[in-house]
Design a binder for this molecule. Structure first.
Ligand code: SME
Length: 169
């Protein structure tokens, strides 16, 4: 299979997301395997934006309640487990809300995986009020993420919610 992303250079962030979301839907529509689809989505996101240093998912670990475990990602080696309430990811999972961190040094308890990371967005994956996991994106630029990222990444997660298994991952 060849998948060529159609994203022209120089597009504004909003235009870029608008072109990207339908392409993500198309990319996963003929495949039912969850890990395969989630893996490709992390790649599409990583390579569609110049300043995305690390893109990945952490999933709620049903065998260890209150813990997130690393899922598919693009980027350097990351910590494998994060407790709810810890770091940006665990805080997002606990609060069930998106967290945008303009400067990771100023987020108490931020967990350093890649010292190049300067800013971060974490968007929870919510289904029927339950946290299935989080999407975490790091950037090597300060203040890289804003409400536009939150809006479109949340929409993207809504679009792909049906591929998340309810219980076992
Ligand atoms: N910085 C995150 C940890 C995950 S890595 O960025 C990949 C956090 O504070 O939760």
């Amino acid at each position: 299979m060849t998948f060529e992303l159609k994203i022209s250079k120089g597009l504004l962030k909003e235009e870029r997301y608008k072109l990207l979301l339908p392409q993500i839907d198309a990319l996963i529509k003929d495949e039912i395997n969850f890990i395969a689809n989630i893996s490709n989505i992390t790649s599409v996101l990583k390579y569609s934006f110049d300043n995305f240093l690390w893109v990945g998912f952490y999933f709620t670990d049903n065998n260890n309640p209150g813990e997130l475990v690393l899922g598919p990602f693009q980027g350097r080696v990351a910590c494998t487990r994060i407790k709810f309430g810890q770091g940006v990811c665990g805080t997002s999972a606990e609060r069930k809300e998106t967290i945008i961190v303009n400067d990771v040094n100023e987020f108490p308890g931020h967990i350093v995986c890649d010292s190049l990371s300067k800013s971060e967005i974490v968007v929870p994956v919510l289904k029927n009020g339950k946290v299935l996991g989080v999407l975490d994106i790091d950037s090597e630029r300060y203040g890289n993420f804003d409400e536009t990222d939150k809006k479109f990444l949340s929409k993207m997660l809504e679009n792909i919610l049906n591929i998340f298994p309810d219980e076992k991952r």
